[in-house]
Design a protein around this ligand. Sequence first.
Ligand SMILES: [Fe+2]
Ligand SMILES: [Fe+2]
Length: 453
Amino acid sequence: MSIYSTGKNIISLFYALEKAVQVYDLRNDVVTGTAKKFGHILRTLLNIYPQVELVRYREYVFFNKQRLRFEIDGYASLQFIHDKMKQLRIRSLIILPGINEEELILLCLALKKNRDEFPSEFNAKRFAYVRIEYTDAEEETPDFLADGQRVKRIYFKALKVTKNLMNNLWKNQSVDVKSSKRVVHSLVNALSQDEFGLLALTAIKNFDEYTYNHSLNVGILALALAQRIGFSKKSLAKIGTAGILHDIGKVSIPRDLIYKPTRLSEQEWDILKHHSEYGVKQIIKTRGLDETGITSLIVAYQHHWNYDFSGYPFHGKETLQSTFAKIVRICDSYDAMTTARIYQPVPYIPSIAIRVIWKLSGQCFDPLLAKVFIQLLGLYPIGSCLEMSDSFVGLVIGQNEGYPTQPTVKIVATMQKDSIDGPIIDLSVDKGHKIIRAVYPQQYNINPADHLT
Ligand SMILES: [Fe+2]
Ligand SMILES: [Fe+2]
């Protein structure tokens, strides 16, 4: 097991034990069993390392110097440990060889105290194998970071709901329509508060979770585009739902075909193309025929139709494509192009995908909508990695309205591939820096997720 996954494991056991001591009697099997597992993994690690150290710095948690990322898997536990350390002003928590279950349980009990009581409670217990270091000054979270946290929570919640929805349909089990409705409403609200924060999260692609990530990203991109063209709140909720459900018909296609590790044959593509029609059936089954249901099934059916009347399923020129479907057509193509998949292991650089959208506007995409989409994402969308004129490498973290070629970037590496924690530069204001070209982040060992979450 890598140090990274061991770290995630430790965080989830820590969280489980902290929860268990709050709910159960200390002799309860859940408490002792969790403490045992937690103690075991720590002792195994302490055979290799002199200590196990969790450090919180700003919004990040580091486990033995490795930053742990907020991912769907283990999100709640990492968030909990982060918030707990922040609340109690703990900078680092160090566990030393010799740690036993008894001290782990005592530690979790002490962590229940508030920030004023915790230091004396911790000292009173005279821990032999646990050390705590505190942050010196009060560290207030700036508002923009707090907003980012909220948006992130909404995104991951939405991802979880999308995943449950698709998995339940796949297994032919009933689905929780209420929670998907709630999630779409929270996305609509989040979008009005922090459009770029939400768009930044769509730039983080997760290869293993392609189907869910893609569905949610299309929903968010469609929402953002619809908001730009002035859709009402009610219509936003419809397009958000329709975007999330656009590929829902794929649950009617054998899973081995969806996840086939090699290139699909022509016949297999033909089977896959039926997901548009299957989507209609699935949506009627799941949502019924309320207004949002009807919009969603139209989008599912038409989302592979092109502006020039080509595309599938075959349709004549007399049937017009709905605006909702035209929006999803663009967002679906952009997200698919920029994501690595089995049959596209190297995805398009976002700025190239934007150029493809532009090139195919009037052919695949509605030209007006394509234009608004490009204005929304900019020519260098969030998550783009840019070589700069001053020999640094920057990551786009925001757009500047009216300046599609001058986004805001964070300097994250040198051209020699050394990662650095550089400044944030608004290129629309600071004219001293020029973009040379967009590159793949892997070229500079950059993981955009490290800077966008
Ligand atoms: Fe599709
Ligand atoms: Fe799709």
